[in-house]
Write a protein that binds this ligand. Structure first.
Ligand code: UD1
Length: 427
């Protein structure tokens, strides 16, 4: 298995292109199931998760063609055509690899009146149930059956009638599934306490471009008037705010100055605020966001929260950066239990972090030292890379397949900014 080796303490500078957002792409791709016309998505990131999703779509009889695969292009263009569905089952082998596969449930149900999807199973960052996905679909008139590790959703003859659902907790995935099911109902669907992450807005914008009728986009109350059919569209995936935030933390921990080309500051307010609280200068430029850290980093206290709060997907990267702050930071994780698996690894690099329950206390240290560390999930892996960039000596990060799920050409982009980083195959 490959490893990443970093020789730290190189100041990052320059311009880094931000890729299309993984989490947006993973909810835009299944929209192809909602129409028999082609859907073209531009600015798709080149990531293992996108490849897995493409494979899943092929399984339903959706044809996929890719353009823009030259190595010098950042971003790919994929055209998906679900002219005729040949299957409505998402098998265990594919769902197991990628939890986001559950996002085919809503659109398959809407288009075909029936969908069978393997239950995603456990996940490294907590239990991650799908009960809210199923309750929202039930509220719209679906019948849900669970058997042999699969969930089967069935619409009444003539399609889903529609209905109203209030989410007891904010869920990104459940809101996405509900939206994709709602657009083709016979009547109207109303969602309260819906997630309003920028990726949800991206999804709504694509659905509207396909002919859907959605009110309240960008708010937590969405009203969807069902339409008889959706048509094809060409759509550009939004920039990845988590990738951009990760590189901002990477630059800041090295005392560097970089421009995140293509990043949208309006999607990242909580991250920008946290960086500014830490003493990092952040400003919008004509083409992205500029991040500069020339003084010592200051400690920060914050909790993760649904958007517009501080994203749980940025918690590990911010924590790594705060290891080098002058003072004690306190981070509270409110979205997922068990999302501190990076803490023991960071401590092996000389960090002083104690995590108890949902709270982590990060005592800043004057230096981090390179070590052999192991990635446990996608964002945790990035926190180890960030720490490695600031650490004295060599850091070896193993199990980097996690990183390949979510960071397009990670070493290339970091090297572009001046990092001493390489990927090596191990025996
Ligand atoms: C998505 C993102 C993930 C991010 C997360 C929170 C994708 C592919 N993944 O994950 O990167 O960390 O949002 O911003 O976009 N919950 C339930 N029942 C459900 C669904 C969720 O109890 O049916 C709980 C979860 O356990 C969690 C909370 O709701 O505590 C939020 O999870 P959710 O927003 O659904 O996360 P995902 O959509 O899985």
């Amino acid at each position: 298995m490959d490893k990443i080796i970093i020789h730290g303490q190189k100041r990052l500078s320059g311009i880094v292109p931000v890729s299309g957002a993984k989490n947006s792409a993973l909810t835009l791709l299944p929209c192809a199931l909602l129409t028999d016309e082609p859907l073209t998505l531009r600015n798709l990131p080149r990531l293992a998760d996108i490849d897995s999703f493409q494979h899943l779509m092929n399984q339903f009889g959706v044809s996929t063609t890719i353009a823009g695969s030259r190595p010098e292009d950042f971003g790919r263009v994929m055209t998906l055509a679900a002219t005729r569905l040949t299957s409505t089952t998402a098998p265990y082998e594919l769902v197991r690899k990628m939890r986001a596969s559950i996002l085919v449930l809503g659109p398959l149900l809407a288009r075909a009146g029936e969908a069978t999807v393997s239950l995603p199973g456990g996940c490294a960052i907590g239990n991650r149930p799908i009960d809210l996905h199923l309750k929202a679909l039930e509220a719209f008139g679906a019948t849900i059956e669970l058997a042999a590790g699969y969930v089967r959703a069935i619409a009444p003859d003539g399609g889903l009638p529609g209905g109203r659902y209030t989410f007891p907790v904010v869920s990104v995935g459940a809101t996405e599934n509900a939206l994709m099911a709602a657009v083709l109902v016979k009547g109207t669907c109303v969602l309260h306490n819906a997630a309003r992450e920028p990726e949800i807005v991206d999804l709504c914008n694509l659905l509207v471009a396909m002919g859907a009728q959605i009110e309240g986009i960008g708010t937590s109350d969405l009203t969807i008037h069902g339409v008889d059919r959706l048509h094809g569209a060409t759509y550009m995936v939004m920039p990845d705010r988590i990738e951009a935030g990760s590189y901002a933390c990477a630059a800041a921990i090295t005392g560097g100055e970089v421009e995140l080309k293509g990043a949208r500051i309006e999607d990242m307010e909580a991250t920008v605020q946290a960086l500014r609280d830490a003493g990092v200068q952040v400003e919008a430029t004509a083409t992205g966001i500029k991040v500069a850290a020339d003084g010592p980093l200051r400690p920060v206290t914050l909790s993760t929260a649904p958007y517009p709060g501080f994203a749980t997907d940025m918690q590990a990267q911010l924590m790594a950066m705060l290891c080098r702050a002058e003072g004690t930071s306190v981070l509270t994780e409110t979205i997922f239990e068990n999302r501190y698996m990076h803490v023991p690894e960071l401590n092996r690099m000389g960090a002083k972090i104690s995590a108890q329950g949902r709270t982590a206390v990060v005592q800043g240290v004057p230096k981090l030292t390179g070590a052999e560390v192991m990635a446990t999930d996608l964002r945790a892996s990035m926190s180890l890379i960030i720490a490695g960039l600031a650490a004295e000596g060599e850091t070896q990060v193993s199990r980097i397949y996690h990183l390949d799920r979510g960071y397009e050409r990670l070493e290339e982009k970091l090297a572009l900014m001046g990092a001493d980083i390489e990927r090596v195959g191990s025996d």
